[in-house]
Design a protein around this ligand. Sequence first.
Ligand SMILES: NC(=O)c1ccc[n+]([C@@H]2O[C@H](COP(=O)([O-])OP(=O)(O)OC[C@H]3O[C@@H](n4cnc5c(N)ncnc54)[C@H](O)[C@@H]3O)[C@@H](O)[C@H]2O)c1
Ligand SMILES: N[C@H](CO)Cc1c[nH]c[nH+]1
Ligand SMILES: [Zn+2]
Length: 431
Amino acid sequence: MPLKLSITDAGFEEDFVKLLGMKRESDADVDAAVANIIADVRARGDEAVCEYTNRFDRLNIDASGMAVTAAEVDAALDEVDADLLKSLELAATRIRSYHEKQMPTDERYTDETGVELGWRWRAVSAAGLYVPGGLASYPSSVLMNAIPAKVAGVERLVMVVPTPDNKMNPLVLAAARIAGVDEIYRIGGAQAVAALAYGTQTIKPVDKIVGPGNAFVAAAKRRVFGQVGIDMIAGPSEILVVADGSNDPSWVAADLLSQAEHDPVAQSILITDDAGFADRVQVAIDAHLEKLPRAEIAGASWRDFGAIVLVENLSQAPALVDRIAPEHLELAVDDPDALAEDIHHAGAIFLGRYTPEAIGDYVAGPNHVLPTARSARFSSGLGVLDFVKRSSLIKCTPESLAKIGPAAIALAESEGLQAHGLSVAIRSNQM
Ligand SMILES: NC(=O)c1ccc[n+]([C@@H]2O[C@H](COP(=O)([O-])OP(=O)(O)OC[C@H]3O[C@@H](n4cnc5c(N)ncnc54)[C@H](O)[C@@H]3O)[C@@H](O)[C@H]2O)c1
Ligand SMILES: N[C@H](CO)Cc1c[nH]c[nH+]1
Ligand SMILES: [Zn+2]
């Protein structure tokens, strides 16, 4: 059964801290396994990548079989149902239009001393896009990864995707074609992240790795950070629903299960002010689980990591939400905007009873690659800004250098860095 907490219980604070500390993705054994895989890929390149791929995804490939060819992508496109392709194109259009609005602008101005200042944005040269594929396949994640990279102007888009038992969903390849991915490799897990970060004989290294994945992928991204950039920790999915008693329990139950069905270590939490409603949601969850094909995964997630938190009044919810800092937050209440005003930490906020989280997973437009494991306290969802970086611009004239130079010379001397002072003084007759 999921955890049941009530804010009026004496032990509430202790139980809530326990809920926050639930270990879902950062086990020491996962990290140790990942460290070994990364070291091995660095040492042996393709050979190690293929060995791990064959072991974990039950394939039988060597280096020549890692890349997905253009002919395979063509064949996949032919295979995809026309209506499904239309849905994918609609999603792509909406995602592109949302992300185009995120493109930051350059700035240039002259200050009162005559110094010209500013900044300019440039894209990273090569991005590695991790598309998960272990327990489910994610054409939608191809679009969410690749479209913002393309909007930002990244030149080389390299996608990795595991294909357990050598089964590739043709829609994944169709999405890659629609989004303009340049290279695709049928590899996943920590070995794929290591190959992207350090390069192998077949795969040239990238500058930044983005995308969601399971605990192994999240741990690998943490470990290669520094060698390459990463977007964030986007691990096993999470949903937090804040709902009053006026909701249909069956709708809220479906929302909780929508994220639980991703992974046995996904997490779904309900905060409500109505104990009877909480019971009705549990009944509805049991009923949905009777029929859902992924009941085993969703049921395990709800049982082991789910929680129902009972509050006296929904005005107590924002403080709890902020401490959880969920990946997805649904506010199923009469005035969701008012409640949202008091919330600071959530990857994406779904406002009102008619905005199920799943609409954001596919077609709303904002990115579904979002920070998990409470990292929404300091990270944002994937976007164009993840694929660009900013260079500062500084331009002095003899006159403006003479105006601000003396302060620089004084500060350089105070730091004992005479060459710094000299390089300013030598240009501005201050020696
Ligand atoms: N936060 C987000 O934005 C977001 C978006 C989509 C999906 N997700 C999450 O992504 C995850 C996808 O997970 P998945 O498993 O389906 O696919 P995945 O591609 O992330 O992981 C599959 C890979 O894990 C590796 N692996 C599995 N068992 C291993 C072991 N014992 N040792 C070493 N490596 C091992 C294998 O290499 C395999 O290829 C889910 O947790 C889902 O909730 C998150
Ligand atoms: N909910 C996932 C992010 O946690 C994204 C996704 C893709 N497909 C379905 N869902
Ligand atoms: Zn989802």
